[in-house]
Design a protein around this ligand. Structure first.
Ligand SMILES: Cc1cc2nc3c(=O)[nH]c(=O)nc-3n(C[C@H](O)[C@H](O)[C@H](O)COP(=O)(O)O)c2cc1C
Length: 408
């Protein structure tokens, strides 16, 4: 879809979500869109953001506004990062590279997921911009470190270790939809695939024609003797090599700190003591995140966790927060709660699924214009000027705060 048409059809992230829903199979869309178990955490992330109210200041000259911010000595245009989303290369042909290009165009960092399917060296080379690599540690720790070393050799500037998934998440919706990675077409899934010809021909068949293969987890290093244990990757029922590692502890973080010479992040931290331990282990930053509501359906939201974490490690390490961000105002709320940067997953993934690089670019354009507009109506000219005084939490709100507690 051309950018002109996209601009008319997608005024906001919800419009991009709808375009993605139409193009993807139901199983793949649900994988991108839904969370684990009863979707409680997914809803809580939005409710938490919706319940935070902005406290605008008036009569400040806001004619020159700059949402830019620097990180590790580089200037970025927005306080945003594209977080890792495993299915990017499944929703669009070589989607990881398209996302990287959209991030580079917007001058923000992009994170490649462990379960991406385009070779990580190709993404780095062809995507450009600032790129980080996200690491899952599988049963075989040494094999996982082989991938980390590849990322280092390819040039990735930071490693992001995701730590909230010692076991697979319980995504009942994927089991019901018959979803498997790598994708399989069988009697159960064929109708869903046939009903979505734009995805079938534009993505799945394109891999087959251009590369003679279906999309797969090509960046996970699987030693030869383990190949028979690593055929498919399905949520809870997976057995063998692709099981996550249940033994990881802070000693592994120290080991990784010695192993990885560049910037190191720990992703999906929610407790301030864990954040403090991460800093003691020498990490450069953390992602305060509940992983898109994908893992622990009863977990605290990043937004509820942020103030205590910011009080504990603010100024000592970079704090990135995510989950549920769909509007520029959400970004400002997260910064006011103490984050240095905000990550997005679905916003750009919906854009990518709808229209590749152009769709992801559109998602970032929408967020940028909303951030700029919200800065103006908040009376803020620089991102660094946003403080906790720019928000009010439900407990501070004498009428609606009380109402939102009693109405649930
Ligand atoms: C479909 C999907 C796949 C994801 N895959 C990964 C992953 O492979 N590794 C990871 O650390 N986080 C993963 N995440 C979490 C994102 O990095 C990020 O924390 C989350 O998407 C932010 O929430 P949002 O999607 O509401 O913006 C995934 C999220 C989604 C929606």
């Amino acid at each position: 879809m051309r950018m002109g048409k996209l601009k008319k059809r997608a005024l906001n992230i919800a419009d991009l979500r709808e375009l993605a829903r139409k193009r993807l199979t139901k199983a793949l869309f649900d994988f991108c869109d839904k969370g684990s178990e009863d979707q409680v955490n997914l809803r809580a992330n939005r409710t938490a953001l919706d319940n935070i109210k902005l406290m605008p200041r008036m009569l400040r000259d806001v004619s020159k506004r700059d949402p830019g911010i620097s990180l590790f000595g580089k200037d970025h245009a927005l306080p945003l990062i594209i977080g890792p989303t495993g299915p990017a290369g499944f929703v669009w042909y070589r989607g990881e590279t398209e996302l990287a290009r959209a991030a580079a165009r917007a001058n923000i960092p992009f994170t490649v997921a462990s379960t991406s399917n385009t070779p990580l060296e190709d993404i780095y080379r062809n995507g450009g911009g600032t790129q980080w690599y996200q690491l899952y540690v599988w049963q075989d720790i040494e094999a996982s470190l082989v991938t980390a070393k590849r990322a280092l050799d390819a040039g990735y500037e930071a490693l992001v270790l995701t730590v909230d998934s010692p076991v697979y998440n319980n995504r009942e919706i994927d089991i019901r939809n018959g979803l498997k990675f790598p994708p399989t077409i069988n009697a159960r899934t064929a109708l869903d695939v046939i009903r979505h010809p734009r995805w079938l021909f534009g993505t799945l068949a394109r891999y087959y024609i251009a590369e003679g293969r279906l999309p797969a987890f090509s960046n996970i290093h699987i030693p030869d003797e383990q190949k028979s244990n690593a055929k498919t990757y399905v949520s809870a029922s997976t057995k063998g090599f692709l099981n996550r590692n249940e033994t990881l502890d802070w000693d592994f973080v120290k080991r990784l700190r010695d192993f990885w010479p560049k910037k190191l992040f720990i992703k999906c931290v929610l407790h301030p003591e864990d954040a403090a331990t991460a800093v003691k282990c020498g990490v450069d930053g953390i992602f305060v995140s509940n992983h898109a509501g994908n893992v622990n359906d009863s977990a605290i939201t990043a937004w509820d966790a942020l103030p205590a974490i910011s009080d504990t490690i603010g100024g000592k390490a970079i704090i990135i927060a995510d989950t549920g961000v769909r509007r520029g105002s959400d970004v400002l709320k997260g910064l006011a709660l103490g984050a240095d940067f905000i990550a997005v997953g679905r916003a750009t993934l919906y854009g990518l699924a709808a229209a590749g690089e152009a769709g992801a670019t559109r998602a970032l354009e929408i967020l940028e214009s909303e951030i700029r507009r919200t800065m103006a109506i908040m009376g803020v000219t620089h991102i660094s000027d946003i403080t906790r005084d720019h928000i009010r939490l439900p407990a501070d709100l004498p009428v609606s705060g009380h109402a939102s507690l009693t109405s649930q």
